[in-house]
Design a protein around this ligand. Structure first.
Ligand code: MLT
Length: 265
């Protein structure tokens, strides 16, 4: 891992391999390790950059109030600090996808293509935003334990609980290690985010959409609608996977990303 100074904080990032850059941005409240299978696979052919967002993994706590745009700005600043010159293929899962839309909006010159995994473009309903603020209060009082089990049930397909309990345990460990302040900052940022759906028709870079067939957080039907609004997109449904498709069925996800990359000139 490299440690990179961004503003007054330190961002931790995996930076492996050489070639055209592939950037991986994790979901909530996780870290770069959810992309381990992608890091191993693609660092043989690409420069793979997998970040721990501010307040997550081993990155330092956010030094200011976070918005989804601020996470995108921090990622853009990270690319400058790492001297990444070429436009990146930005792969974001869920919250990482929310950040991807803002990256497109404010840093399009740095973008080659988008890989959007198990995410949505719409903002939160009032009920969802309210439940995030309640979750933030619970984490402030009781730490990440207050939300870990509730999240895990939603993140993974039932079959993953049966077939790969070690993936659930590893993800649980990541959640429990996440600093409460980082979780609270992300929950507030997600609750306050704006609707990115209006951006979709203008996104001119090629987009690959991936969705676990059993994803109940951002279901296939919702991702189909996103794909229909984008001008240059392909949706691949990942079998035997829920919301954490890159971790649950890494072989299918890697195949889909690899074949998408061959279409980029
Ligand atoms: C994530 O995986 O990043 C979360 O499910 C995002 C969310 O809570 O909306």
């Amino acid at each position: 891992m490299k440690s990179v100074k961004i503003g007054r904080g330190q961002i931790q990032v995996e930076d492996q391999g050489v070639g055209t850059p592939l950037l991986f941005v994790h979901g909530f409240p996780l870290d770069h390790t959810m992309w381990q299978a992608q890091i191993e696979h693609f660092s043989t052919t690409h420069r793979v950059i997998a970040v721990d967002l501010p307040g997550m993994g081993t990155s330092s706590l956010p030094q200011r109030e976070m918005t989804i745009k601020q996470y995108a700005d921090d990622v853009a600043e990270l690319l400058v600090a790492l001297d990444v010159q070429d436009p990146v293929t930005f792969c974001g899962l869920s919250m990482g996808g929310y950040i991807a839309w803002q990256f497109w909006k404010y840093h399009a010159d740095r973008l080659r293509a988008l890989v959007l995994c198990d995410t949505r473009s719409a903002h939160d309903s009032e009920d969802v935003a309210m439940s995030r603020l309640e979750m933030a209060e619970a984490v402030k009082q009781h730490g990440p334990e207050a939300i870990a089990d509730h999240l895990l049930i939603k993140l993974f397909a039932e079959s993953t609980f049966d077939d790969s309990p070690e993936k659930i345990q590893a993800t649980r460990d990541v959640i429990l290690r996440t600093p409460p302040e980082g979780i609270v900052a992300a929950l507030h940022a997600m609750a306050a985010r704006s609707n990115a759906t209006y951006l979709l028709p203008g996104v001119h870079v090629p987009c690959l959409l991936l969705c676990g067939e059993q994803d109940t957080i951002t279901p296939v039907q919702e991702m189909r609608q996103i794909a229909a609004s984008l001008t240059n997109s392909e949706l691949v449904v990942i079998p035997e996977a829920g919301h954490m498709a890159p971790l649950e069925n890494s072989a299918a996800v890697n195949d889909a990303i690899a074949s998408f990359l061959t279409t980029l000139t």
